[in-house]
Design a protein around this ligand. Sequence first.
Ligand SMILES: [Ca+2]
Ligand SMILES: [Ca+2]
Ligand SMILES: [Ca+2]
Ligand SMILES: [Ca+2]
Length: 467
Amino acid sequence: MNISGLTIPPLSDKVITYRLRTPDVDDKIHESVNRFLSGNSYIYCSYNVSQYSDGEGKRNFWKWNDYAFLMFSARLVADADLNWKNFLGLYYQPFKVFMIMENKERTDALQTKYVQYIPKDVPFYWVDHGMDIPILKTPGGKFVTVLKGSNDENNPEFDMDGDGHPDAWLDTASIYPKGYTLTEDDVYWLNPWEHLRTGDSTYYEDIDHDGLRAMDTNGDGIVDVEEPGDKIRVWKVTWDIGTVRGYQYFDPYCYYEIWVDPPDLVNMSAGVSHAYNKLDKDVSGMFYPYSLDINNPNIADSSWTHWMDRDNNGNIVWKQLIYQRINNYEGYTFIDTAKSNYHLLPTDFCAGTVPQPHNEFIAALSLGGEEIDMTHPTPNSSQYSKLEYKTIFNEDRVTPIRTTYTYYAPLPNPLQFEYLSNNFLITDPASGNTLQYLPKYGIANLAFDLDASTEYTYYWIRMQGMT
Ligand SMILES: [Ca+2]
Ligand SMILES: [Ca+2]
Ligand SMILES: [Ca+2]
Ligand SMILES: [Ca+2]
């Protein structure tokens, strides 16, 4: 804006009034305001050029000192994730969950508070392969059940496989930084994937499998129709962070370790079969859930049924559990030997007829808002994980943080690798012609042909092969 042609008589003022405002958020210039900075957080809002004549001649006068201090409300972004190093293997192990955050603007976030619900009853899900969402390879599908956590690692209240380790346990010594508060609570658990599947963002999980769900009829995040059997127990941890300075970031800010003893589903199958007198030969490590004595199983506990595959009529699938051996490799498979006319090889060993477990699952290890995708990189809301803070303009703001989960596959089972091939076709990018050998120099296209024989190899192809 140029204001010119003004004349100012001697010994007089002229006041020019205008207002600067922040560009609209979707304005191109909004994110590039730093280009206009002139030292620290200041911009020149205007400058003045005056010309006048006096007895000595014509004079020019420039005034540049009209600065404005730019301030933008603090904006915290945050994500919770976990250490993936040890996500395979069905043994009692810790998962380190951490939160990273950054203040994206240059003014302070004040009175910052981080609230994180950690599941004491850990929800398990099957993976929904029907959802084809870029990047997100393992969205949760069917809810399985919860593994129930204990406070005392050495005297677990719940120990599904009877090995002395609790199903889940929060190592409070691992929580960092100290100075947090921890309370126990129970909450309804909002399914974080359902909105991707059906658009329903008020879908509370039917934890007790009775077909009834808590309902939020007006979508305000508060349950209106109660269903007490569906509440899960949580550890609620709150960190009082205080001030997060402008442009400050923490990677990570905090972390904790939650230990999980996921069920070995093959051993569970064998244990259930044993309880129903269908097992021909004992399997080392077999167990009936929550029954210390395999010969005196608590049949009334039917929690094992949730982990098993069902046929189209909803009946649990029973098959023969066969251990296979090829040279040094040992694995297992579930085969309906009668139906498929399968004859045991000399290296096979049939343990008996067992319910067939579903071969993969994931576990929600820090509760949070809905799962994100390419078009929604942050959750819209979260009842279980969020940052709350004030800006220097006294605005209240909330940063919702997504749910964090990990992935398991039933391992070890090396025989599952058998069909993973590394055949590839070489083509010349210019002509498209197939080449017999890789060229000595330059670029070639390689098309790999990978087939998954199992969900485990499928997992690796999906996670590693499609990058
Ligand atoms: Ca255990
Ligand atoms: Ca229910
Ligand atoms: Ca409501
Ligand atoms: Ca165990």
